[in-house]
Design a protein. Structure first.
Length: 104
């Protein structure tokens, strides 16, 4: 029982370290782009792009500033399905490579 608990703690620690590393990587990339507006992406390819002061507004989607219960629940359900699928794949992978146990 203690062995299983230690494994779970190690897995959670590794996941936390990887998540923190990815978060730091993304934040460092975003902060360096924030202070150099001349380096922002220009879809037309011209070098003399004008940077809008309001920044990126997620063009193509209009959320209207209101939250939606339906969209929130759909997001939660999709996330739970993804976690379930990944868990199922990991468990099946472990079962496939588990050595047979002796029953003596």
């Amino acid at each position: 029982m203690i062995k299983v608990t230690i494994r779970i703690i190690v897995i959670l620690l590794v996941a936390a370290i990887v998540s923190a590393g990815l978060y730091a990587l993304v934040q460092n990339g975003a902060s360096s782009a924030r202070f150099r507006p001349e380096r922002q992406f220009n879809p037309s390819g011209a070098n003399n792009a004008q940077v809008r002061p309001e920044g990126f507004r997620g063009e193509g989607r209009d959320f209207g500033g209101s939250a939606s219960i339906g969209r929130g629940l759909a997001g939660i359900i999709v996330t739970l399905l993804q976690i379930s699928a990944i868990t199922f794949i990991v468990v099946q992978f472990q079962k496939a490579f588990r050595s047979p146990r002796r029953t003596t």
